[in-house]
Design a protein around this ligand. Sequence first.
Ligand code: NAD
Ligand code: SIN
Length: 471
Amino acid sequence: MPGQEIISTEPATGAVLWRQMSGDADTEVGIARRSWAEWAARPLAYRIEALRRFANVVRQKSDAFTDLIARETGKPIWEARTEVETVIAKVDISVTAYSERTGQRRVDAQMNTRLALRHKPHGVLAVLGPYNFPAHLPNGHIVPALLAGNAVVFKPSEKTPASGAFLVDCLHAAGIPEGCVRLLIGGPDQGKALAGHPDIDGLLFTGSATTGIALNRQFAAQPDKILALEMGGNNPIVVWNTPDLYSAAVLVVQSAFTSAGQRCTAARRLIVDQQLFDPLMAEIDKLVSRLIIGEPHADPAPFMGPVIDNNAADMLTESFVSLLTLGGRPLRHMERPIESRPFLTPGMIDMTNATEKPDVELFGPVLQVYRCDTFEAAIAEANDTRFGLSASLISQDPRLYDQFWANIRAGIVNWNRPTNGASSAAPFGGVGWSGNHRPSAYYAADYCAYPVVSSESDQARAAMGVGLRDA
Ligand code: NAD
Ligand code: SIN
């Protein structure tokens, strides 16, 4: 496949940040395949040590990494810093997860025989990353994959290649063999070539449901390969029977608009008791009108930056208009203060009486609002999606939370907390179109190795007690 130049520009300024020709999947997989066996044969302690050195390298370079992520994604510097901290913390979390979920243990022992459970790495794993957390999310696959003894070929998003390249440089600087972690620069074409390469043993994907479903189809006839899909959501936040409407408004705004709404766990739909609608929306509106939207390094610090690029901003503003044409009532129009740059103000729209409710993920600062008369109707509305990533209830009533928890369909179900801000120390994944039952974060260990059970005895001492004629 002929190479193409991948150019990364800063969303906030339009300045070119980084450029490089795309790579070749065949070359990178070949190198990883040749390097894998030596890495897999190293003792676990060796691999742990190497990954701890990686955490230290990231710590030493944390200011530069933070600045790069902020420039490349447009997210505020404070938020980019938390992403780098999460990258560092992932190593210790993965070491614990490896031993708790995929380590070695003796399951049973009878006379002179033991039944041992151990785990083996798959081999060469491809990792495809998204742009919204260009370091933390691929790292969430890469670290557990390396720890388990796999080699990795990582293709970062074509929108954030520089952050991906920085991550791989840190792994190499820590002494992880260059052959064991390969960087593949490119876009969907290189992604397809990597996913379809016969010499990979699996694919760990974080991105949109559209891409994930295409990959699922591609892998359907390959049961020998592991496929982990971490996809998007159309996440509900339900507000019911809560006295503190200011706090409810803060939780809604944090859920919907942090990272300019570019989080898989962002609240896309606010479902509210009809009685609370007016006062709650008044609180939310007051808060939204105070949000600072600006470039990553601005002072005072912005709450959110731009979306990733002008195409994304165009798509979001068009989607907002299309919700209006379906009968949505605007509560706050989405605006684009600088025509040539992808800064967007949060848009909110009442979709209660719309003729159609498109079940798509609008990956940006758009909140659709639904009013309901009963809590049962609110749960039904919340579940009216093919996705199932995260869901929150804001309420003072624990019985409502019990009911919500029992009936809602999502992999993350929160109470009086935002829909986003998931912990790396817990499993992270969704049902429906949000994932394929291979959750990541703490459970990433599970898809990075396969279990091997061995019945073992030190000596071949055996006898047959039945079914033999006398000698
Ligand atoms: P995307 O699906 O467009 O791209 C993800 C990666 O796949 C990129 O590296 C891209 O180059 C590659 N790719 C695209 N098309 C491909 C194809 N046909 N074959 C192979 N590779 C292909 O996603 P995005 O726009 O970069 O990221 C945003 C999406 O990611 C949102 O939907 C968001 O909800 C989701 N996301 C999910 C999680 C999660 O953990 N569940 C976390 C963050 C983001
Ligand atoms: C994401 O991975 O996109 C969001 C994680 C979170 O904030 O919950």
